[in-house]
Design a protein around this ligand. Sequence first.
Ligand code: SF4
Length: 400
Amino acid sequence: MDQQILNDVLRQEIREGKIPLSLGKTCPVECTFCYEKDHSYRPTVDVPRTTEQQWQNILEEIKRIPTRPGHSWLLGGNEYMEWTDIFLHPRVMDWLQEFLDTTDKSVTFFTVGFVQPERIHRLAERYPGRISFELSVITLGEYRKKLLPHGPTVRQLMKILDGPAVTSANFYSFGPNTMSEDAQTISRINKNCLLWMGCLTPLKYIDRETSHLMRQGRHYLAEESRKIYYADLPNTQMLHTEPYISTFLARNKILKTFDACELEKNDHVVVSGCVYRILQTFRRHRARFLYVPNDTLGGDSDCSTLLTFNDISKRLTHETRVYIPKVIMEHPSRGERDISGVTFDEFKSWFPRTRFRILHKVNTQVSNKKLYEKGYLKNYVEDYLGNPLHKKVEAVPLPN
Ligand code: SF4
């Protein structure tokens, strides 16, 4: 690979708060549910496996950047490089230790469990509050073999959970006694880590059997969540993965935000399916809501943040004025790009007769804030399952 391109990619990742370590393409773990494979909507560069010299350059570059309070560097989380489980790199534990020893910065990382348990617990004890460790458990039960054919063993995960290192453990419903069993097992071993639960969403490139398991999980989500609710576990419990639940729980904020946008009745407003249903139920004649499916990701995806300009372009006919939520174009590198990298200017040039306006109030900051505020399992059980109004909202048909 051209050295200049490589340096540019690494610098760009660093500018966006990543510690750009690489295993090279492609991730050898081959999880069947993986959302991070190079699946054509987001081009990535084939960065070779990180060498000692490259690591030293990366570390020096990061050290030159002043430490911001509350900011955490993402280890191996890459925007321009394909994601992987970076703990498969034989030097990564040493480099992580060097990062913690020689800087005052914090670090966040995700792994399906290839981290060395004893070492990571020692680091967590030595640097309290500087490590945010998100352990992707996914499932401990019978479906583990299918979903993570090359993943670490349950025994390995137990060792990682048994100690101070893990900040949060994410795992999901795949059917009866899956998420609820895992919650109780994990809580028995570690009462402090946050339990991050919900469902995985089938996208168009996920295989049939895995998609079936994900949908089965959604079918049992209520039952599984109630079991956990009544088990009264000491861990903080969050449930974050289903837009139809999040939008229902945040409906008052959604309505207030759209009301504040001063829309005219004939204005067209781009919305995802779950937001369309909320607005059609409570603000039917406020504006013309232009439902846009997540065609790029496909499957059961229904999320405003993950809409692309390409998705929107497929739904436009002869609208003259169209409002687009800011949340669609808040790419981490700024510059008004969607998740596939298309810029707002490029998109506008495809429709020279249409005037586009941005709904600045519908932004990532607002949606993330509400997601966290209302993202507890308790909210789901009490305020969603306990409120029959959600059935009325979900019965609203989506336009063809
Ligand atoms: S380890 Fe992570 S990046 Fe690799 S296949 Fe599994 S989910 Fe995807």
